[in-house]
Design a protein around this ligand. Structure first.
Ligand SMILES: [Cu+2]
Length: 272
């Protein structure tokens, strides 16, 4: 009994130290979207459970090694134990209950991230080897950076022009595969940014030679700045050279074709 109380106190102390330590080092980046909230609370809960289970197993193991090791000269056999039905029922039912509870919370969090607000901003996102393109169908805008207003939900309709990519902005937490195959394979992701700022969109699915360069800038603007941006972007220049330059960047041609003769994935456009 004395051992049990002492080991129990040690488990509680180590678990508490681990929980405080994990909170202190802040494993997750800034929480920049409303959809990140349920995901972060799941992380927080699971880190606490993991810290407790780690302490429970490791402390009891090390405690036993230290206090119950064979004494010098002791050649007697250990006591033979044949099963313990009560214990086995308990250590099956408790984890089963915990896993079911976590599944319930996971389902709730998933539903939270998929909730649609009335009249969200509509954005089509096209992933291709190895760039991103964003289209605002209501304003006729095509661009290579994702621009969104703060505190307003955006629905991103994701599709791929070639292989499977994955849309991931760590600060927004939510992540979604981007599939080829057209209409029936479009996947939606809902993001309500809550921090003005600049973020990085990464492709999170190995998609070929230059997968690691498949990045795009994400800018979250105030509502007024977003409206200004929309009106500025919807104008397309009349000069064919300026228009060509603009489309070369917007359609992501520049990720494969150079215009100065530099060797790249595709042939250069120099002299065309
Ligand atoms: Cu990709």
């Amino acid at each position: 009994m004395r051992h049990l109380i002492f080991a129990g106190v040690l488990v509680i102390i180590i678990a508490a130290a681990l929980i405080i330590g994990l909170d202190y080092i802040q494993l997750l980046p800034t929480q920049a979207s409303v959809q990140a909230e349920p995901i972060d609370s799941m992380f927080a809960l699971e880190f606490r459970i993991i810290a407790f289970l780690f302490a429970l197993i490791v402390v009891l193991m090390i405690y036993s090694i230290v206090f119950f090791r064979r004494k010098k000269g002791d050649t007697t056999d250990a006591k033979h134990i044949e099963g313990n039905t009560k214990l086995e029922v308990v250590w099956t039912l408790i984890p089963l209950g915990m896993v079911l509870f976590l599944a319930y919370l996971g389902g709730q969090s998933l539903a939270d991230t998929l909730r649609q607000d009335p009249r969200p901003v509509q954005i089509d996102v096209i992933g291709q080897q190895w760039s991103w393109r964003f289209q605002y169908p209501e304003q006729g805008i095509i661009t290579n950076e994702l621009v969104m207003p703060v505190n307003k939900q955006a629905v991103l309709h994701l599709q791929s022009a070639d292989v499977i990519h994955s849309f991931w902005v760590p600060e927004f937490r939510v992540k979604q595969d981007v599939l080829p195959g057209g209409e029936g394979f479009v996947r939606d992701v809902f993001i309500t940014p809550k921090e003005i700022g600049e973020y990085k969109l990464r492709c999170a699915e190995l998609c070929g030679e230059q997968h690691t360069t498949m990045l795009a800038t994400v800018r979250v603007l105030s509502e007024n700045n977003f409206l200004d941006w929309l009106s500025k972007e919807s104008g397309v220049p009349n000069d064919p050279v300026a228009r060509g330059q603009l489309w070369y960047e917007r359609y992501g041609c520049n990720s494969c074709h150079s215009i100065d003769g530099t060797r790249n994935v595709g042939p250069t456009w120099k002299g065309l």
